[in-house]
Design a protein around this ligand. Structure first.
Ligand code: GLC
Length: 395
């Protein structure tokens, strides 16, 4: 076992929490001492490599606070602490969601031990969660899933959302938070009604969220197939195809899928790592992928700094190498791009991303994010997402 693998296993153990019959992992003990939705999916993926039972527990705990309408909240406050104490209008949870990586994580766990009972026990909550996204986040059946707050993208202060929040390209994290908290307030006043009320305040069809939805509907159809639910298999495959088609007609221009906002699908033409996320769900053709990788990913002026992949292109006015989601390299986004590159046979580039991620961790530790120009570790300490290197293939 190499040193990094050992430090990841130690960290997962250190950040593991148990409460009543539930077990979960905090992303970082000091900075993020609660449970988060897509973090828990990442945790389950990491844990599936060395403790499949813990991986399942992570899924059961995150699903345990599912709302009656099917939404899975992005935060669970199992224990109250002094940080990130916002009034979301709900007891013990937030009132928004996060990228739906759940079915993917469940399918990955199943690959490890073929435990059909696990699939059976998780299928109904999964079904309702994805059904909620399909129904409530796409009320007019235009086949793209909407988010009602930047935090639902998992990239809280990404410049993709600046225009909508009326923020300039250079800004502070406080200013961004202020705007996002206004949306939390609107959400409460809307009585958490996304399709008819919240969509008037913030309504983005985000590329990574939809990509993750597509890939997860694929996983969900595999799960349904294992359980013999052939109608569900057909349904999820149909929905998946419809989202891919809508992404093409409403988001694609000049070789890039752009996030859109509003009911008239205005494209947000700002280059972030999101432009590579469609590789993860095989949405591009081989030719389109090649062009995207050569022109943008490997471009030293844009995304391929000393420690790729920067979350915002280095030639964007909003690029800030230390700015949280405004430029730094994150291991989870690297993992998504790495997987995407492998889908198209770009094994050298996928390997480069793996090695660069390992180097960042080796030199700067398990930090939340990294300066793409210097490799300096930034943000939270003892942060779990670095563990995703265990799920990167190749050497
Ligand atoms: C930050 C990240 C978000 C993550 C959370 C917990 O808010 O932007 O993606 O889920 O921290 O790690």
């Amino acid at each position: 076992m190499n040193d990094i693998e050992k430090s990841i296993k130690d960290l997962m153990l250190k950040n593991k929490r148990t409460l009543n019959s539930y077990q979960y992992t905090v992303p970082s003990p000091d900075t993020y001492p609660y449970q988060w939705l897509w973090d828990s999916c990442f945790h389950a993926i990491i844990l599936s490599h060395f403790d499949v039972e813990d991986a399942k527990k992570e899924i059961f705990s995150i699903i345990s606070k599912q709302f009656n309408n099917g939404m899975v909240p992005h935060m669970i406050y199992w224990e109250k602490k002094d940080v990130i104490n916002f009034d979301w209008g709900k007891d013990g949870t937030s009132s928004i969601t996060q990228p739906p990586m759940l079915a993917y994580a469940v399918w990955q766990i199943f690959q490890k031990d073929n435990d059909i009972e696990f699939l059976k026990s998780i299928y109904i909550p999964l079904f309702h969660f994805y059904k909620y996204l399909i129904n409530d986040r796409d009320p007019h059946e235009n086949d793209l899933i909407g988010i009602i707050d930047p935090d639902e993208s998992g990239e809280d202060n990404s410049p993709r959302f600046d225009t909508l929040l009326n923020l300039p390209p250079v800004q502070t994290r406080e200013k961004s938070l202020e705007k996002r908290l206004l949306l939390v307030k609107e959400n409460k006043e809307c009585n958490f009604d996304a399709p008819f009320c919240m969509k008037n305040f913030f309504w983005v069809k985000d590329v990574p969220f939809n990509v993750i939805m597509v890939e997860n509907l694929r996983a969900l159809s595999f799960i349904a197939e294992k359980l013999g639910n052939s109608h569900d298999v057909a349904y999820f495959n149909k929905k998946r195809d419809m989202i891919v088609k809508a992404m093409r007609s409403l988001m694609y221009e000049d070789g890039i899928f752009w996030s859109t906002y509003g009911e008239d699908y205005q494209k947000i033409k700002l280059k972030t790592w999101a432009i590579f996320s469609p590789l993860f769900a095989k949405i591009l053709t081989q030719e389109e992928a090649k062009k995207l990788v050569e022109e943008h990913l490997l471009n030293k002026e844009e995304f391929w700094g000393k420690y790729p992949v920067s979350t915002v292109a280095m030639d964007e006015p909003s690029f800030d190498p230390e700015g949280f989601w405004r430029g730094p390299t994150w291991i989870a986004t690297n993992w998504i791009i790495h997987k995407g590159l492998l889908n198209y046979g770009f094994s050298k580039e996928a390997n480069d991303i793996k090695n660069s991620s390992l180097e960042l961790i080796k030199n700067s530790g398990l930090r939340e994010y990294f300066n793409p120009l210097t490799g300096e570790g930034l943000g939270a300490r003892d942060f779990t997402w670095g563990g995703l290197v265990l799920d990167m293939n190749g050497n």
